[in-house]
Write a protein that binds this ligand. Structure first.
Ligand code: MTE
Ligand code: MO
Length: 258
């Protein structure tokens, strides 16, 4: 194993040191380089295979495990804020969120608001997944919602956007709840804004009318009561600068990958 790792380290070092023009995102050698000796070509190819292997080891894009309907927990507890308290949210709740809309702002080419009805009419994804809270409990639930990628694409994410921030309608323990993720999680196929849980409209306690499901991350990243989504280049100027409520208040890790 040590030998293998060492060889891999050497390869990764060589791959990182190679000029980007050779490694190119498409894996295509530029015309001027096509004449390189076959040995060099073989070396580059092995580097590419290796870097793919690294990616699948890191596995950021791999799917979280999905479960069968019979696995759904009979009781999925609520945690943190079990209702929101912003004036807009309180008002919208009175008419069952019929007037609710989700605002996309910040680094988008076409910032816009998405009425809930429009979100519900977009192609949906359903998934049965396990939620893991750092406080030491887990539960399996079924979620239906719009892939976050669909919303980001509809509003045209600007080239300099690096993080997606979710602003929530609850002030919890005196602080505005918010969370943020990077673009790998944002475009992950299981990252959805859910409006239904276990086949019924999303209950208030679980974040109605819209909550994030970001299945490769721990529970606190799954922002409930999402009211606006901001695309940013940096997290430093938001909240206390750590990218999320628990990160700011309790020093939780910003990257809570599972
Ligand atoms: N807006 C908001 N989102 C939140 C929280 C919160 O307090 N407010 N708590 C987080 C935590 S710690 C967990 S474990 C999950 C709980 O989701 P649930 O209430 O659906 O179980 O929501 C997360 N998202
Ligand atoms: Mo949690």
């Amino acid at each position: 194993m040590t030998r293998l790792l060492t060889r891999r380290r050497i390869l990764i070092g060589a791959a990182l040191a190679a000029p980007p023009v050779i490694l190119g995102l498409t894996g295509q050698l530029p015309a001027a380089k096509r004449g390189v000796k076959s040995a060099k070509r073989a070396f580059l190819a092995s580097g590419e295979r290796f870097s793919n292997a690294v990616h699948s080891r890191i596995g950021r894009t791999a799917l979280a495990r999905e479960f069968a309907p019979e696995d759904i927990s009979p009781h999925f507890r609520t945690n943190g804020a079990t209702e929101a308290n912003s004036p807009d949210w309180l008002l919208a709740r009175e008419n069952n969120f019929a007037t609710w809309s989700l605002k996309l702002h910040g680094l988008f080419n076409a910032p816009q608001s998405f009425p809930l009805a429009r979100i519900r009419a977009m192609p949906a994804r359903s998934q049965i997944t396990r939620h893991d809270c750092v406080e030491g409990w887990s539960a399996i639930g079924g979620w239906t919602g719009v892939p976050l990628a669909s919303l980001l694409n509809a509003a045209g994410l600007a080239a300099d956007a690096r993080y997606i921030v979710f602003w929530c309608a609850d002030v919890f323990r005196g602080w505005q709840y918010y969370e943020s993720i990077d673009l790998i999680d944002a475009f992950h196929p299981q990252t959805i804004l859910a409006y239904a849980m276990n086949g019924a409209p999303l209950p208030i306690g679980h974040g109605a009318p819209l909550r994030l499901r970001v299945e490769r991350q721990l529970g606190y990243k799954h922002a409930k009561f999402v009211t606006r989504i901001q695309a940013v280049a940096s997290l430093e100027t938001l909240g206390q600068g750590k990218g999320g409520f628990w990160e700011d208040v309790s020093g939780y890790e910003w990257f809570a990958g599972i």
